[in-house]
Design a protein around this ligand. Structure first.
Ligand SMILES: [Zn+2]
Length: 200
């Protein structure tokens, strides 16, 4: 599997993710595809709140087609989750299904995941590659990061003066300047406003 193959399959996962945008509640819109021997076995995206995450939807898709995913490679735009919330942890579910390799776009900035999903996979003997198309995926998920994990954005842009900060934030997260300015007025942005000298 070459790096170019990984990017091509990750793009399939990104197209899946686009289908979930706007219907995932407070969950991120994630896409997933499961591949073996150059063939797609299953694909899926995040369902509604409390329902299947993308990885599980893709595994069920393969199952519905009567295809085994043992030994396959799973591509997910976001790191598989590591804790049992409204649904069981995807990292554990992936490991139990015999996936051999997991390719990830972006790390989940959720403080309870952030690398822990990757750790669970590696501890289970799964090969993990991360950062594939990460810049594009960060833009795809930019609105979600802004609304639910602003600490990620704040850490990335703090220290820049106003015009530079807005330019960086909108470019890195794929946001319109208007959308970002609106967010700057929210409570979550108080520290950043202070660092910009916009209020006390
Ligand atoms: Zn999950």
């Amino acid at each position: 599997m070459t790096a170019r193959d990984d990017e091509a399959w990750m793009r399939v996962a990104m197209r899946e993710a686009d289908q979930a945008r706007g219907s995932t509640g407070d969950n991120p819109w994630v896409g997933c595809t499961i591949v073996a021997s150059g063939e797609i076995l299953g694909r899926g995206h995040t369902q509604g709140p409390g329902e299947d995450h993308a990885e599980i939807a893709a595994a069920r898709d393969a199952q519905a087609r009567g295809l085994s995913i043992v030994g396959a490679t799973l591509y997910s735009t976001l790191e598989p989750c590591s804790f049992h919330g409204r649904t069981p942890a995807c990292a554990r579910s992936i490991a139990s299904r015999g996936i051999a390799r997991v390719v990830i776009g972006m790390r989940d900035p959720h403080p309870r995941v952030n690398g822990l999903g990757i750790q669970i996979l590696r501890d289970a003997g799964i090969e993990v590659t991360e950062g594939v198309l990460v810049d594009e995926i960060r833009r795809q998920l930019g609105e979600w990061v802004l609304d639910h994990h602003p600490h990620e954005l704040i850490a990335r842009v703090t220290g820049f003066d106003a015009p530079e900060l807005v330019a960086r934030a909108t470019e890195i997260y794929g946001l319109s300047p208007e959308r970002f300015e609106r967010w700057l007025e929210t409570d979550a942005a108080a520290d950043l406003r202070r660092s910009l000298g916009r209020d006390g």
